[in-house]
Design a protein around this ligand. Sequence first.
Ligand SMILES: Cc1cc2nc3c(=O)[nH]c(=O)nc-3n(C[C@H](O)[C@H](O)[C@H](O)COP(=O)(O)O)c2cc1C
Length: 167
Amino acid sequence: MSLSAPETAVVPGVAGPARPTDRPRVFETWTLVEGPVEHGDKRGRELGFPTANLPIEDGVARDGVWAATVELADGRLVPATVSIGRRTTFYGRDGVRLLEAFLLDFSEDIYGQHIRVWIGHRLRLQKRFSSVEALIEQMRSDVDDTREWAKVTPWFLTQASRDWTGR
Ligand SMILES: Cc1cc2nc3c(=O)[nH]c(=O)nc-3n(C[C@H](O)[C@H](O)[C@H](O)COP(=O)(O)O)c2cc1C
């Protein structure tokens, strides 16, 4: 396995609902993207949302903002809000496509660490925001949605998906 290129796989699993009132969607798929963490621009930190970034090729995973679980190199599972896209608010349509994971309640430096991002439930599509304040407000709400999702997402099924792929 090359450490320079992220690997992906789509595995059957169970993703939790975005809101606790939703019915659970059984047999939704998880998408796995993995690779070594790259530094983001420091803007993420300035916005209050520092992210662990992975480069991803076109065609790998779908653009949007997702509720996800990040598996660290030591096996710990951390809920994360994941943005996949070209960050059109700042870079227009020509921006580099990137996966950015904001790990909830987490402040360790994981630069260079090989992580697995288990992408579960799409919260919304990527948008071009007319102001940075509007983007920040939306990101706060994305994180709230991720917390709700994490409360009702059965971690043992994440584990089951992992066993299923033999990883
Ligand atoms: C939860 C979350 C949601 C995001 N949603 C969008 C979005 O809808 N549109 C967009 O242009 N950028 C979005 N971004 C990307 C931010 O613009 C990006 O994190 C910010 O520019 C900092 O990244 P950089 O330091 O790599 O430039 C999102 C990021 C996060 C963490």
